[in-house]
Design a protein around this ligand. Structure first.
Ligand SMILES: Cc1cc2nc3c(=O)[nH]c(=O)nc-3n(C[C@H](O)[C@H](O)[C@H](O)COP(=O)(O)OP(=O)(O)OC[C@H]3O[C@@H](n4cnc5c(N)ncnc54)[C@H](O)[C@@H]3O)c2cc1C
Length: 393
């Protein structure tokens, strides 16, 4: 049976970031295996994500994680370039994020603004007049103000980032295999072995769960049956609008609907209401979400969106932490060699560099050294120390 010091289950953005940080850390000398059931990543949240990065969160750690994400992406070639003739380009569009608030949303917007500026985020509050002046194509009649994240914020290509992490990790001797984890063996409170779909068994020292929306079922294989991560479906629609919207950022409407440019077109989406958001593992599309719900909101917010044409669409899954909509990072309190990188609730892509770095520190040094991520520990649920993130899109 093959043995590795670290076995990472799931090789999309979180698994590959973790593999890269471990392999590139001179203080870590172990062998790393990444097990990925679908190397095309066709159904991974990473590939199906909207690619956004912003610092408009309500929790300081989320702001700092995303800030590191932006710094990492801007300097990506100093981290991830393998071949000197082939630089990495994740197409970072630093157009910013704009959260709009009516009277009702102002207290939260202002409270978050304080937290964000204290953490060093480049955000400014624009009042109705300033919004009108800056974004003439936007209808702000019902808007009191907006929070504009004017730096380190925008969107990039998620698949490119994953492939760049993976290529670099492989160049640093990380092993990737195409297989599926279907079971685990434990001796006492330690996981010792994973069983794979192919029939192969792999033993290891540390096991990292980076299986996205499937994280709860993978944790169950280790005898952990209370990981509060549920698979929740989200639609993204691509549409064409013939009227250009100069300097368009990613705009989040007070209704929760969002849109942003995608090349010459736009994408949009909206999380369903809490009461209409069942667990779901299928990818079926419901086009009425666009026609009946989203389009009217978009056309009200941007008059030019009255005349748009839907071009395509897709569905993906949030790995949704139903307890507090925040990541779950670090070891299980008793099964201590089983580490979570789970529950990112729709904001994990931008956190992947910071989370990979943090898990690498935990594995290598037994503690966080750069950014303390202990607020995301699993034991917060037992201790009823929930850490609720308010700015979920
Ligand atoms: C529609 C949508 C929009 C989003 N928009 C944003 C955004 O704008 N900004 C942002 O930061 N985040 C966004 N996200 C969230 C973000 O995509 C995720 O948080 C992030 O990609 C999670 O990465 P991951 O590697 O943990 O999970 P995934 O990308 O889901 O990867 C998990 C991997 O594990 C593999 N796997 C699963 N089970 C097994 C098994 N048993 N054995 C082996 N392999 C297994 C899967 O094949 C998959 O490749 C969005 C998500 C969706 C769905």
């Amino acid at each position: 049976m093959e043995t590795y010091d670290v076995v990472i289950m799931g090789g999309a953005v979180m698994g590959s970031s973790t593999a890269y940080f471990l392999a590139s850390n001179p203080d870590f000398n172990g062998a790393v295996l990444v097990i990925e059931k679908d190397p095309t990543y066709a159904q991974a949240s990473t590939s199906l994500s909207a690619g956004g990065i912003r610092q408009q969160f309500s929790n300081t750690e989320n702001i700092l994680l995303s800030q590191f994400g932006a710094e990492f992406i801007k300097e990506i070639n100093s981290y991830l370039q393998v071949d000197e003739d082939d630089p990495v380009n994740v197409d970072f569009m630093e157009n910013g994020y704009l959260f709009l608030a009516t009277e009702k949303g102002m207290p939260v917007l202002l409270q978050n603004h304080k937290t964000q500026t204290a953490a060093g985020a480049k955000v400014q509050i624009l009042d109705q007049g300033q919004l009108r002046e800056k974004f003439g194509w936007l209808n702000v009649d019902d808007i009191v103000a907006g929070s504009f994240n004017f730096q380190n914020s925008g969107w990039f290509d998620p698949h490119c980032l994953t492939m760049a992490f993976k290529n670099k990790a492989r160049s640093l001797n990380v092993t990737y295999i195409n297989d599926e984890v279907v079971g685990m063996e434990r001796t006492g409170e330690k996981v010792t072995t994973v069983k794979l779909r192919s029939g192969k068994m792999v033993s290891g020292g540390i096991f990292i769960n980076a299986t996205g929306a499937r994280a709860a079922s993978v944790a169950e294989m280790a005898g952990i049956d209370d990981l509060p991560v549920h698979s929740r479906k989200r639609f993204v629609f691509l549409f064409k609008c013939n009227t250009p919207l100069p300097d368009c950022p990613l705009v989040v409407d007070p209704s929760g609907a969002y849109f942003r440019p995608e090349g010459h077109n736009f994408i949009c989406g909206k999380s369903p209401d809490k009461d209409n958001d069942p667990d779901c593992e299928d990818f079926y599309m419901d086009y009425s979400v666009f026609e009946e719900e989203l389009w009217p909101i978009l056309a009200e917010r941007v008059p030019a969106f009255d005349a748009i044409k839907r071009i395509s669409s897709w569905a993906g899954h949030y790995a949704y932490n139903v307890m507090d909509q925040n990541a779950i990072i670090g070891p299980h309190p008793t099964v201590s060699n089983f580490i979570f990188a789970n529950g990112f609730s729709g904001h994990g892509l931008q956190q992947s560099p910071g989370v990979g770095r943090g898990i690498c520190e935990l594995v290598t040094y037994g503690q966080y050294r750069t950014l303390d991520l202990s607020c995301f520990a699993f034991d917060r649920f037992a201790g009823n120390r929930l850490y609720k993130e308010l700015n979920i899109v």
